[in-house]
Design a protein around this ligand. Structure first.
Ligand code: FE2
Length: 376
């Protein structure tokens, strides 16, 4: 057993040079933002929030902003070829471009991180309209992914300057998704530790959990993972790298199809995973299949839980326990045709960990899918 759990940091850390108030939004570069927005509204229960495009003076791209509780997605598509967004989609398929973080002071966030070696993506920039101002800045992280720092304390508009409110007559009900719990990055061979160092040194994060290939391996394939957390624990970024196994690691499959490093999954919290997953399934979302045998022994491992096992078994929801409580989690199949990005739905009942007890069942399920694609 090679998992290491690092000691907890005190809740108030006066030395945190990059205080973060959580995820502000996740922006995806997609081939067709109009259809993607419809998909995320219909299938996941987001509501229309804001829009930017030719009608609002943006000539080269269109962005739709959708929201559900504290979860905000931006879906952006290019209108022409030969530009950074079109190239990104050609190379990676649809994927996460910006993991944007809420800060009190975007200028200070940029100064603190760039002076520690962060590569600037955007110098502090103030955007203004009649509703106030938003300051944003940004640094590069793994692959072509970017962290934007968003300061919106002096803004009262619907999203940010440049966007207009998007009112729609089509408003599917929420599925109970609440906020981003964590976002996982897949990086290349021997790149996990350099990126752990980046999050430690440039962003002041701490490594709170480590899993090596003994923890995360099946008969065929393996990976390694380290979980990075910011000072107050609102932002958590696990970093995976492939490990040698008999066959191809799921992380390698991702790297092949994404053509590089990028966001593997976004984990989204719910307060009632059974209701949320029933709702998502009824809207056509497909999840990884978990063998019924998993449920024959799971309670021996995790002990008593509040939920009946029957609906968890029927829906394929996984259970794990740590010292502080338990969690329920489930993973969607890839959200697009390339086997790259997927979502995790998670309900935490005290547990602060990431479902280590489920890794084997989960990865065997992933491998069955990988095998069907001919990529194992
Ligand atoms: Fe996860």
């Amino acid at each position: 057993m090679e998992t290491m759990i690092m000691p907890q940091q005190s809740a108030v850390d006066t030395t945190d040079f990059l205080p973060l108030n959580g995820t502000d939004y996740v922006e995806f570069y997609v081939g067709n933002a109009k259809q993607a927005a419809h998909f995320y509204k219909t299938a996941f229960g987001f509501q229309s929030l804001a829009y930017a495009g030719p009608e609002t003076g943006v000539k080269d791209k269109v962005s739709y902003v959708i929201r559900q509780n504290k979860l905000t997605f931006v879906l952006t598509t290019p209108l022409r070829m030969h530009n950074e967004i079109a190239d990104h989609i050609y190379k990676h398929g649809d994927g996460v471009k910006f993991l944007s973080l809420k800060v009190e002071d975007a200028t200070d966030a940029w100064e603190q991180t760039t002076k520690r070696g962060g590569k600037s993506f955007l110098e502090p920039t103030t955007l203004k309209d009649n509703d106030g101002e938003v300051v944003m800045s940004g640094i590069h992280t793994y692959g072509e992914t970017v962290h934007l720092f968003i300061e919106r304390k002096n803004y009262n508009g619907v999203f940010m300057p440049g966007f207009v409110e998007w009112k729609s007559a089509y408003n599917p009900a929420s599925t109970g998704l609440q906020y981003v719990d964590h976002c996982v990055g897949n990086v290349g061979w021997n790149q996990m530790n350099p990126w752990v160092k980046f999050y430690e040194e440039v962003m002041g994060f701490r490594n709170i959990l480590s899993f090596d290939d003994k923890d995360i391996s099946t008969e065929y394939s393996a990976l390694m993972s380290k979980v990075m957390s910011n000072g107050n624990g609102f932002v958590k970024f696990p970093i995976n790298e492939p490990a040698e196994g008999k066959k191809k690691s799921q992380v390698e499959e991702y790297l092949d199809f994404y053509n590089g490093e990028g966001v593997q999954h976004v984990a989204i919290a719910t307060k009632n995973i059974i209701e949320t997953v029933m709702d998502l399934k009824s809207r056509g979302i497909e999840f990884l299949n978990i063998p019924g045998s998993y449920y024959d022994t799971v309670l021996d491992r995790v002990g008593t839980i509040d939920e009946d096992l029957k609906p968890l078994r029927e829906l394929g929801i996984l259970i794990d326990r740590d010292e502080e409580g338990y969690l329920l989690q489930i993973f969607t199949k890839p959200l697009e045709d390339r086997p790259t990005l997927f979502f995790e739905i998670i309900q935490r009942k005290g547990a602060k960990s990431f479902g280590k007890g489920n890794f084997k069942a989960l990865f065997e399920s992933l491998e069955r899918e990988q095998d069907l694609r001919g990529n194992l």
